[in-house]
Write a protein that binds this ligand. Structure first.
Ligand code: BGC
Length: 790
């Protein structure tokens, strides 16, 4: 864990003021740059030392066998694993006779800054070589949001004393060796030399490498070119071999003189395109990047981000750490989704190899809700990606003897890549999560074209799955048996309440969509009887409840299971999944992550306020938060049931997950769902945003430490700004016509907002709060509240 504050609190930057080798790998994830297509971990320019070298392309994977000690019917036989592709970040420097390496000589200063408005990672260092020669290096790196194949590095070396003989070696390297991984199931499989060389080519000022994966047969091309400025007699030449290409720049610098090298780097990959086509593609991308030049790329990057922040920024007063963290979270969410373009948004984005680069339900239930309200185009693309995987989902359903489509629990390109049934395929709720993401996107954007073209089919195929997975019992009650909900410590059980409630909404949404698009529905073979059967299943859905103690059941029978012995579970035994057999976890009342509590957020319309309060108290006592997908939801519900201070501590846990490395695994990549969760905790928690019944509603109420929360939401092409203060909230509308009116609810009251008429309304006083919810011993929120402002 990054215990002392590694990054000073600043509103728009994440700054590391000294290089700490113990947390190098974590910082590489924090400083990873990506546009959703290309991802570069924040490795040092010179490549070494490193925690984990990493360069990723969205959906560029290798297949690896999933071996089973005891095979079972329907177990996936191979899984997809993200590949560390050709590393183009490398720039090594020889200062007189010594390679610049921060482990040797004296590092007089070293600073790295992620600038979330400029979209760059800047590094400055002052180094004295073992022989006493001094240089200052400044490098700035970007992965372009506007040119999705391109990255660039502006690398400057200044001679402090001198004259100095400098050699810069800028490289492309394939098949880097990777450090051995632990046995933690959450890290990735290591693939030894996954790339086969196909072509290398050099020119004076650059070169390219083309490789292919051995089994998945994907081809990747990486190309680089350099511009050099500095002393007159600088030399430049390039050489290439199978797995590496190197451009060498040499010069002699007088004291105070600077050598500047701009490295343009482009990537392309394909499963279909020929080698010459790929070669041309990266060449063309290089030409396009050079057309703009370094300054042009930086200008475009800033303009892109100005537009993003204008639509998406969240202002937090009273907790500067959260202010920084929510921007950091939004920045990484944007990086993961901005240019993913019909490719998945995975649990780690393109920041590390954790979870093998797979996308889970994290995408639809954590990342997409945020992007829907801030960058809806990225959501449109993500839904297209899911739709493109329908054929594989249908095949999986056939294998499982189910109808329609069974979407994979984890995947890169569509096939199920989870080899573990109870916490994998049995988590069928992914179907309803996809349907809900679609519903929300259409609601917020009004994009009925997408709904007609792909939405209807997604809704129909998921509704059919529920109909074939569930059944009406002899009393007509509809059950969905033998499934796993979000809580992975409760598996293969009957009637998971989250699954049932989300499936219910899915079934109704499908039946409604069939009414709206009758011709298209006929084309999909939907009859009136079929649509009516979806409505019946929804109406008869079983919602498990324990009458004796007056709480809902997370799954049928949950509240009568044996209690987990928290008192005799020492702190070092968490996360429990690494220390106890699943057998034991499954049969007791111990909860890894919000499940019923999550249902109370996304299906809050299905619970009364009283039920929410009682349920929250009950489940809070049994939830250990061994997953980072929990704290943000607990924040939302704690705020709703009247515990704003508890909500605030959970908000901090979600938001600071990676900046503080709270789960001690940020090295494998950032926790995208938790970072998105910071926004969710603020906007749905303290802002009280809900969109259940097709209208926007808010119930804003701040914690005592916050003096202001302001956020923007995209709503049907307009921008709604919500400015929450302790006693009042102002709603205003931008990007709207003068006669546009948006109707919304504020603490249950209908109000109308138009462009020229912001509305300020009081925040009603909070109801008296009930008993303080308690966590299992030793599992209270990881971070305390900030100091109160005087
Ligand atoms: C969580 C899942 C999540 C996965 C990837 C697991 O630990 O329990 O809900 O989808 O991590 O983030």
């Amino acid at each position: 864990m990054i215990r002392e504050r590694a990054y000073p609190v600043e509103p728009w930057h994440v700054r590391e003021i000294r290089l700490d080798m113990d947390v190098l790998a974590q910082s590489e994830s924090v400083f990873a740059l990506s546009n959703g297509h290309v991802g570069l971990r924040g490795n040092l320019d010179e490549g070494e030392p490193h925690g984990l070298p990493g360069t990723y392309l969205n959906s560029f994977y290798e297949l690896r066998p999933l071996p089973y000690a005891e095979a079972g019917f329907g177990f996936p036989e191979s899984g997809q694993t993200i590949v560390n592709v050709t590393n183009g970040k490398l720039i090594r420097l020889l200062v007189d006779d010594e390679p610049l390496d921060v482990r040797y000589g004296e590092l007089l200063s070293h600073e790295r800054v992620l600038d979330m408005r400029a979209g760059t990672l800047h590094r400055e260092l002052h180094w004295r070589s073992p022989a006493g020669r001094e240089v200052k290096v400044r490098s700035t790196r970007l992965v372009s949001f506007t040119q999705r194949a391109a990255a660039a590095i502006n690398y400057e070396v200044e001679a402090v004393d001198g004259p100095l003989r400098l050699i810069v070696q800028s490289e492309l390297v394939a098949n880097e060796s990777l450090p051995a991984q632990s046995r933690d199931p959450r890290v990735a499989a290591v693939l030894e030399s996954p790339l086969l060389a196909e072509e290398e080519l050099t020119t004076d000022d650059g070169g390219l490498l083309i490789h292919r994966t051995k089994v998945s047969g994907l081809r990747v091309a990486a190309a680089m070119e350099h511009e050099v400025q500095g002393p007159e007699h600088a030399t430049i030449e390039s050489e290439g071999y199978e797995d590496w290409v190197r451009t060498t720049i040499g010069c002699v610098l007088k004291p105070g003189e600077t050598l500047r090298v701009v490295k343009y780097l482009t990537y392309g990959w394909s499963s279909r395109r020929s080698l010459p086509a790929l070669r041309d593609q990266v060449g063309a991308a290089l030409a396009a990047a050079r057309l703009d030049g370094w300054e042009g790329l930086c200008r475009e990057q800033r303009a892109y981000l100005d537009e993003f922040w204008d639509a998406a920024d969240v202002l937090v007063e009273g907790d500067p750490e959260v202010q920084q963290a929510v921007r950091f979270g939004l920045y990484h969410v944007l990086q993961a989704g901005a240019r993913a373009e019909r490719r998945p948004i995975s649990a780690k984005g393109l920041t590390g190899p954790g979870y093998d680069g797979h996308a889970f339900w994290d995408t639809e239930m954590f990342v997409l809700p945020v992007l829907t309200y801030t960058q809806p185009n990225a959501v449109r693309d993500a839904l297209h990606w899911r739709h493109a995987t329908l054929e594989q989902a249908r095949e999986r359903a056939r294998t499982l003897n189910l109808e329609a489509a069974a979407f994979p629990w984890r995947t890169i390109e569509g096939p199920e890549s989870s080899g573990y049934w109870p916490a994998g395929t049995a988590a069928f709720h992914i179907a309803a999560d996809i349907a809900d993401a679609l519903r929300r996107y259409v609601l917020v954007t009004g994009d009925t074209q997408l709904e007609r073209e792909i939405g209807l089919e997604l809704l129909v195929e998921t509704a059919r799955l529920w109909r074939s997975l569930g059944h009406h019992d002899r009393n007509g009650v509809f059950h969905i048996d033998g499934v796993t909900g979000p809580d992975e410590y409760t598996a293969v059980k009957n009637d998971n309440i989250y699954t049932n409630l989300m499936a219910q909404r899915n079934l109704l949404a499908a039946a409604d969509a069939v009414n709206r698009y009758r011709d298209e529905a006929l084309h999909l073979g939907v009859t009136d009887e079929e649509a009516a059967s979806w409505r019946d299943a929804a109406a008869d859905m079983h919602i498990p409840y324990d009458d004796d103690i007056g709480v809902h059941q997370q799954v049928e029978g949950f509240t009568r299971l044996q209690e987990w012995d928290f008192l005799h579970t020492p702190a070092e035994k968490y996360p429990l999944l690494l220390h106890y057999p699943y057998f034991d976890l499954y049969r007791k009342q111990v909860i890894k992550q919000a499940d019923l509590v999550l249902a109370m957020h996304w299906r809050g319309d299905a619970f009364t306020p009283d039920e929410k309060t009682r349920n929250f108290l009950y489940y809070e006592r049994r939830t250990v938060r061994d997953s980072s997908l929990s704290a943000c939801t607990q924040a939302v519900l704690a705020a709703e049931v009247g515990h704003p201070e508890l909500a605030h501590t959970y908000l901090r846990e979600a938001a600071l997950m990676d900046l503080h490395d709270l789960n001690e695994n940020t090295r494998d990549g950032v926790h995208m769902a938790s970072l998105a969760g910071a926004w969710i905790a603020l906007v749905a928690g303290f802002g009280g945003l809900r969109d259940h019944d097709g209208t926007l509603s808010f119930s804003p109420r701040l914690s005592s430490r916050l003096s202001r929360l302001e956020f923007s939401l995209q709503w049907r092409g307009r921008r709604l700004r919500v400015d929450v203060r302790p006693h009042q909230t102002t709603y205003s509308l931008r990007h709207a016509d003068p006669d546009d009116v948006v109707e919304l609810r504020h603490h249950g009251e209908k109000i109308q907002v138009s462009r020229d008429q912001p509305v300020t309304v009081p925040v009603p006083p909070a109801d008296p709060t009930g008993p303080m919810p308690e966590q299992p011993p030793g599992r209270s929120p990881l971070l305390r509240l900030p100091e109160a402002q005087s």
